[in-house]
Design a binder for this molecule. Structure first.
Ligand code: PMP
Length: 453
């Protein structure tokens, strides 16, 4: 087949496809980017234009695109087998990877259950938590507590523990019952308080919820340190630790969703490390394969795992699995990814980059229409507001955040916002020079869009 031109591809895309989280009416009118290749921290489109991958291909890419070491690992696995089932069979890669993962996750996590995306990892966590109580004879513990502004994926179970009205409210009739706790969103505190004089009142609310549902709550699901898709909302110091203590006190399982934060994004391997938190169940996906292939994992403690053991007749088995669970190609990418973390001392080498990011963000924070800049490690959210003094947001339909991101394309950058929060989450392999360029271009784009008279 002759290679199609950009115009042909764009026409076919707009005629046949439906893209995720995309208003297709405007997509059909826009000039779309069609990515053909990737090199290092750049995406290259079919016209040969390069774009700095400022959001790591949706928060997944770690060491850059076309990383030889990972490419070779996948090719090596391809020479052996592309896929064999994990239901009733095992394979060397998955076994080796499980040990490598358990060596780096927070203490107490002793088992890995594989799946293939973040939402699924969360579904598994929820079902495991519920069945844990069932299996130990406390079936009355069925409730889940989650947070306003939470995002845990788009399947019905993960939407049930989500808290973003725009994404989730339509599906309400389909969702299971949950109890929502306030989001630790200090910039727009729902309790009308200020940190630190609030004394972490939002965490205390969680305690109240657990107390008033004593004996009924199976688990609390949380994105540790930062609510990512909810707008890069950073929890105040001490919040996560307080939540851990509260869940322990009430005997509720703590489920930490590290899908976005895992694998170095926050400057530590896992966000839980910032406050020395050890969840009972933890989810990971995205960066687990270096951003190469869809692999996810749900980790549990030995205590949770043990509750599923028993004679066949006891029916304590975890009746859950996906066709591509622990896909060997994906697993090969994960192993290579973790080896690179060690070989290239990725976490240690992030420090100067995080400092540089902080400095550049200081300038952005001073702009007239920047309400707040929130950064943890290599994750940054820049909240744009119409009025800094009153924190008044821009009208939703103006798409201010999206316009800023479009503007950066002129500078050869691809970023994607969350509403009016401009997100920067480049691959951990971004160089200091590329980072400076990214910051300068984003600053220019924010000014161009928000300061035009
Ligand atoms: N949990 C969190 C914290 C996430 O940020 C995401 C994705 N942005 C998910 C779960 C869902 O992951 P996936 O898109 O792979 O289903």
């Amino acid at each position: 087949m002759k290679k199609p031109t950009y115009a042909q591809l764009a026409r076919m895309d707009k005629s046949y496809l439906w893209h995720p989280f995309t208003q297709m009416e405007s997509w059909e009118k826009e000039e779309i980017l069609i990515i053909e290749r990737g090199r290092g921290n750049y995406l290259i489109d079919v016209k040969g234009r390069r774009y700095l991958d400022g959001v790591s291909s949706l928060w997944t890419n770690v060491h850059g695109h076309g990383k030889r070491y990972i490419d070779a690992a996948i090719k090596g696995q391809l020479g052996r087998i592309a896929h064999s089932t994990f239901l009733g069979l095992s394979h060397p890669g998955a076994i080796v990877l499980s040990k490598m993962l358990l060596d780096i996750v927070p203490p107490g996590l002793e088992r890995v259950f594989y799946s293939d995306n973040g939402a699924t990892a969360v579904e598994i966590a929820i079902k495991m938590a519920l069945q844990y109580w069932h299996n130990i004879g406390e079936p009355q513990r069925y409730l889940f507590v989650s947070l306003d502004n939470a995002y845990h994926g788009d399947t019905i179970g993960s939407v049930s523990v989500g808290g973003i009205g725009l994404f989730h409210s339509t599906y309400k009739p389909l969702l299971f019952e949950t109890v929502k706790a306030p989001s630790p969103y200090c910039y727009r505190c729902g309790l009308g308080l200020e940190y630190p004089s609030c004394g972490l009142a939002c965490a205390r609310k969680v305690g109240d919820i657990l107390a008033s549902n004593e004996g009924k709550v199976a688990g609390l699901v949380i994105e540790p340190m930062i609510q990512a898709a909810g707008g890069f909302i950073l929890s105040p110091p001490g919040y996560l630790k307080a939540i851990e203590e509260i869940t322990k006190r009430h005997g509720v399982l703590l489920i930490a969703d590290e899908v976005a934060t895992g694998f170095g994004r926050t400057g530590r391997m896992f966000a839980c490390e910032h406050e020395h938190v050890s969840p009972d169940i933890m989810t990971a996906a995205k960066g687990i394969s270096g951003g190469y292939l869809p692999v996810a994992a749900t980790f549990t403690t030995g205590r949770v795992y043990d509750a599923f053991l028993g004679g066949y007749g006891e029916k304590k088995t975890f009746y859950h699995g996906h066709t591509y669970t622990a896909n060997p190609l994906g697993v090969a990418a994960c192993i290579a990814n973790l080896e690179l973390f060690r070989k290239e001392r990725v976490i240690r080498r992030l420090r100067p980059k995080i400092r540089l990011l902080k400095e550049g963000l200081g300038r952005i924070a001073a702009l007239e229409h920047v309400g707040e800049v929130r950064q943890i490690g290599m994750m940054t959210g820049i909240e744009l507001v119409r009025d800094r003094a009153t924190k008044e947001p821009y009208p939703f339909e103006q798409r201010t955040g999206a316009r800023v991101c479009f503007e950066t394309r002129k500078h050869g950058i691809f970023i994607r916002p969350l509403d009016d929060v401009v997100v920067l989450m480049p691959p951990l392999s971004i160089t200091e020079r590329q980072l400076s360029y990214l910051l300068k271009s984003v600053e220019g784009a924010i000014r161009a869009v928000t300061e035009q008279r």
